[in-house]
Design a protein around this ligand. Structure first.
Ligand code: SF4
Ligand code: SF4
Length: 64
């Protein structure tokens, strides 16, 4: 998946494990594993959908 050298990261202190980002991802690039949100960089194309729906502002895009 092309991601232009960017990736999505989660702030574990902000994440409330609501699952909204998992529901919205079309690439199945993220999943809740027990109490951690795991983002698979090989599947994520940085479409930003999850960043926009997160009610806790826990997701953001960073370089590389
Ligand atoms: S940025 Fe898009 S592809 Fe990546 S985890 Fe979020 S919703 Fe999925
Ligand atoms: S949408 Fe935000 S608060 Fe909900 S699981 Fe994803 S990162 Fe955590």
């Amino acid at each position: 998946m092309p991601s232009n050298g960017k990736k999505v990261v989660v702030d574990r202190f902000k994440c409330a494990y609501c699952g909204a980002c998992v529901s919205v991802c079309k690439n199945n690039a993220n999943e809740l594993v027990e109490t951690f949100l795991v983002i698979d960089e090989t599947k994520c194309n940085c479409c930003m959908l999850c960043v926009k729906v997160c009610p806790m502002n826990a997701l953001r895009v960073v370089e590389g």
